[in-house]
Ligand binder design. Structure first.
Ligand SMILES: *[C@@H]1O[C@H](CO)[C@@H](O)[C@H](O)[C@H]1NC(C)=O
Ligand SMILES: *[C@@H]1O[C@H](CO)[C@@H](O)[C@H](O)[C@H]1NC(C)=O
Ligand SMILES: *[C@@H]1O[C@H](CO)[C@@H](O)[C@H](O)[C@H]1NC(C)=O
Ligand SMILES: *[C@@H]1O[C@H](CO)[C@@H](O)[C@H](O)[C@H]1NC(C)=O
Ligand SMILES: *[C@@H]1O[C@H](CO)[C@@H](O)[C@H](O)[C@H]1NC(C)=O
Ligand SMILES: *[C@@H]1O[C@H](CO)[C@@H](O)[C@H](O)[C@H]1NC(C)=O
Ligand SMILES: *[C@@H]1O[C@H](CO)[C@@H](O)[C@H](O)[C@H]1NC(C)=O
Length: 248
C-alpha cells in the first residue's frame, strides 16, 4: 500500500516538473524576442508618417509584418503599395511602414507582429490625425455673410464676431464628411442693414481640441466700398469732373 502511493507521488511530482519546465522554456523563448514600436504618433492630414518596428530575436524569423485595421499591409521583404511604403532590414531586424498622405480614415492602432523560431510577439503604434484644415473662403451680400473651411479634422464649428459683438448663436452652420473622413464646414449669418461699419470675423473652432484653427475677416460689402469712390465704368466721367474742377 505504502509502496503504490509512493509511486503515485513520484508520478505527480514528475508531471508537475515537466509542466513547470516546458512553461519556463516557453516563457524564456518569448522573452528572447523584443519588439519595439513608437507607442503614439500624431500627424496632420497629408503628412507621411513613418512607423518603425525593431525586433531582436535569437531565432530565425518566420514572419514579420505590420497590420492596419487587422489587415497585413507590410510584410518583411515587401515594398508596399501606392498608399504604404514598406522597408525591411536585417541585423538588427527592422520593418518600417510609411503611411503616405495620411487622412482621418488611417487613424487607429497599427500592430507589428513577429513570429520566429524562438517565439511570437506583437506591439502597437496608435496613429492620431489632428489640426487639419485645407482651403477657406468667404462671401457677403446685402443679406448674408457666409464663410467656409474645407478639409477640417476633427470636426469644427464656426464662431462669428463683429467687433466685440458675438453673433455665434444666430449663425447656421453645416458640416459634410468627405471620403477621407475630413469635413467641409460652412456657416452663414444674416447681415443687418446699417450694421456694416465694421468687418465680420469668422473663426473655425475645434471643440474636441478646444482651440481655434483658422480665422478670416470678411471685407465689407462691395456697395459700401464703391460708394466712397468711382466705379470702373464711370471712371472717365470722374476724371473729367476732376479735370474740370481743377480748371475752375
Ligand atoms: C513596445 O514598445 C515599447 C517602446 O519601444 C516598449 O517600451 C515596450 O516594452 C514594447 N512592448 C512589448 C509588449 O514588447
Ligand atoms: C510623401 O511621400 C511622397 C512619396 O514618397 C512624396 O511625393 C510627398 O511629397 C511626401 N509628402 C510629404 C508631406 O512629405
Ligand atoms: C481585429 O481582430 C481582433 C481579433 O482577431 C478583433 O477582436 C478586433 O475586433 C478586430 N478589429 C478590427 C478593427 O477589425
Ligand atoms: C522592391 O524594390 C527593390 C528596389 O527598388 C527591387 O529590387 C525589388 O525587386 C522590389 N521587390 C518587390 C517584391 O517588388
Ligand atoms: C446672399 O448670400 C446667401 C448665402 O451666401 C444666399 O443664400 C443668398 O441667396 C444671397 N442673396 C442675394 C440677394 O444674393
Ligand atoms: C462667442 O459665442 C460662442 C457661443 O456662445 C462662444 O463659444 C465663444 O467663446 C464666444 N466668443 C467670444 C470671443 O466671446
Ligand atoms: C468639400 O469642398 C471641396 C472644395 O470646395 C469640394 O471639392 C468637395 O467636393 C467638398 N466635399 C464635400 C463632401 O462637400
Amino acid at each position: 500500500m505504502s509502496f503504490s502511493s509512493d509511486v503515485m507521488t513520484r508520478h505527480v511530482f514528475g508531471w508537475v516538473s515537466i509542466l513547470w519546465l516546458t512553461s519556463a522554456v516557453s516563457i524564456a523563448a518569448s522573452q528572447g524576442v523584443t519588439l519595439e514600436t513608437i507607442s503614439q504618433v500624431f500627424a496632420r492630414c497629408g503628412d507621411n508618417v513613418t512607423l518603425t518596428c525593431d525586433a531582436s530575436s535569437s531565432g530565425d524569423v518566420k514572419s514579420f509584418s505590420w497590420l492596419a485595421k487587422n489587415k497585413s499591409v507590410c510584410q518583411y521583404g515587401d515594398n508596399g503599395s501606392s498608399e504604404f511604403l514598406c522597408e525591411s532590414s536585417a541585423q538588427p531586424y527592422r520593418l518600417t511602414l510609411s503611411l503616405l498622405n495620411v487622412m482621418p480614415v488611417d487613424q487607429g492602432t497599427h500592430i507589428c507582429k513577429l513570429h520566429s523560431t524562438s517565439g511570437a510577439k506583437s506591439n502597437t503604434t496608435h496613429v492620431t490625425v489632428q489640426d487639419c484644415v485645407g482651403s477657406y473662403g468667404s462671401s457677403i451680400n446685402g443679406s448674408h455673410a457666409e464663410c467656409w473651411f474645407t478639409g477640417v479634422y476633427p470636426i469644427g464649428t464656426v464662431h462669428w464676431l463683429q467687433g466685440d459683438v458675438n453673433f455665434t448663436l444666430s449663425a447656421s452652420t453645416q458640416a459634410e464628411k468627405d471620403p477621407h473622413g475630413r469635413f467641409n464646414v460652412s456657416s452663414s449669418i444674416r447681415v443687418k442693414k446699417g450694421n456694416l461699419n465694421q468687418p465680420y470675423e469668422c473663426s473655425l473652432w475645434i471643440p474636441s481640441a478646444r482651440k481655434l484653427l483658422s480665422s478670416q475677416r470678411i471685407p465689407l460689402v462691395e456697395k459700401q466700398i464703391r460708394s466712397s469712390g468711382c466705379t470702373v465704368t464711370l471712371q472717365w466721367i470722374c476724371m473729367m469732373v476732376g479735370i474740370m474742377t481743377f480748371m475752375v
